[in-house]
Structure formats: C-alpha cells, structure tokens
Ligand binder design. Structure first.
Ligand SMILES: [Zn+2]
Length: 226
C-alpha cells in the first residue's frame, strides 16, 4: 500500500546534502543538490513522509492562534497576556488608550490603527523591559548595553556583541511572566552566545519554571500580532 505523499517544491542549488523544511506558510520545500534526480528526491520524501506529516500537523497547531484582527468595535487586542475589546471613540486626549478593560481608539485614526497600536506597545515596552533588565542584571552578574524596542524578524529579542538588547514590541502582548522569560533568555546570551546546556542552566537558575513560560510562547506566539 502506498501512502499519499505531501506536496512539495524542489529547489536545487550547489549544496551537498538534501534537506526538507516547512515554510512559514505551511508549504513543504525540498532543498536538493543539483545532481539529485526527481525520482531520487521522491524516494527520500517517501521515506520521510511520516516525519513531514508530523511536522505539518505541528505547524498547523502552532499557527492555530494566528488571527487577522479587524479595526472594529468589539475586536479584541492583547496586552500583557489578556484580551481587551476595542471601542472606537469620536474624541479623546490620546490616539489610543487602555482604560477600564477596553482599548479606546480615536475613530479618525482607523486607517492608521496598526501604527497607532505599534506606537502604544513600543511606548509601554521600553520602561517596563528596562526596569526588568535592571531587576535581573545584579542576580545574573551581567551589564547590558542599550535597550531598544523595535520590530524584529521572526524573533522576540536579540542581542549584539556589544551587549545591546533589542526586544520586539509584540513582547507586550505576552503575560508578564513570559516577558520576564524573554528578558532573562536574552540576558543569558550575554554569558553564553549559544543555546548550550550551560546557557539553559543560567536561565534555570533565575527562572526555575522557565519551561512553562517558554512553551506558552511557543503555542501562543503566532497569535501575538495585530
Ligand atoms: Zn536564544
């Protein structure tokens, strides 16, 4: 009995080995060396089809929380791990505010809502993250450089060789415990640049329950968006 093969796209290049991976949109790509024939590739894909389907299922699960938010009354937006419904208002002192369990956005800014929200998260993120970095740096024995909040590609935070720390503004959509995990994780990279056992030991010493926080992020990360 032959099992159904997953659909895949072949990309040949000057590489030595073949690798199969799932793109962000859920399609399967096979990166193959130039000498591999289509039949050879199909044989390998057949051999690995069980693992591919397993990864595809995981991809679907991880992206189940991804949503397209609308700028309309009643739509919900995340802040510190909780959902707040949006209410469009005629006039108020600031473009966007979080008050009494609601996000209030000025109606006239509807078309630029994404930018308004981003600014809101950025402004809230910097002082909050800075004070948590201050809190942990003594315990961890590290001296971070400049802290910045920005838009990062496919990651929650990054650090430079100089010790500067960058955080994605989306971090503010996560619960405080998860934000602390992102911060401690990045600060631990000031000690170990890799994800070695020694690195995870540093994280574990500061946050013994980091695994829970890490898995929250894994399963809810895709939903942390505008
Ligand atoms: Zn890392």
């Amino acid at each position: 009995m032959s099992s159904k093969l997953p659909a895949y796209t072949i990309k040949r290049s000057k590489r030595k080995t073949l690798s199969i991976y799932i793109e962000r949109d859920g399609t399967v790509s096979v990166l193959a060396p130039e000498h591999n024939t289509d039949t050879e590739i199909e044989t390998i894909v057949t051999q690995k089809s069980y693992q591919i389907y397993k990864h595809l299922a995981e991809h679907v699960e991880l992206n189940a929380t991804r949503t397209q938010r609308e700028i309309a009354n009643g739509e919900s937006f995340l802040y510190l791990g909780r959902n707040y419904r949006l209410q469009l208002v005629k006039d108020q002192d600031v473009p966007l505010k979080l008050k009494d369990g609601h996000f209030y956005l000025m109606n006239t800014l509807k078309d630029e809502a994404q930018e308004v929200f981003k600014t809101f998260y950025r402004e809230k993120a910097l002082p909050r993250i800075t004070s948590r970095v201050e809190y942990y740096k003594g315990q961890m024995g590290v001296t971070p450089g400049t802290i910045r909040v920005m838009e990062l590609h496919n990651r929650w935070a990054s650090c430079s060789r100089k010790g500067d720390l960058n955080f994605h503004w989306k971090c503010l959509m996560a619960p405080l415990t998860v934000i602390d995990y992102i911060i401690v994780h990045e600060m631990a990279h000031l000690i170990h640049e890799n994800h070695s056992e020694a690195f995870w030991n540093v994280v574990d010493k500061i946050l013994p329950d980091y695994r829970e926080r890490k898995s929250w992020l894994k399963f809810n990360g895709a939903g942390m968006d505008l």
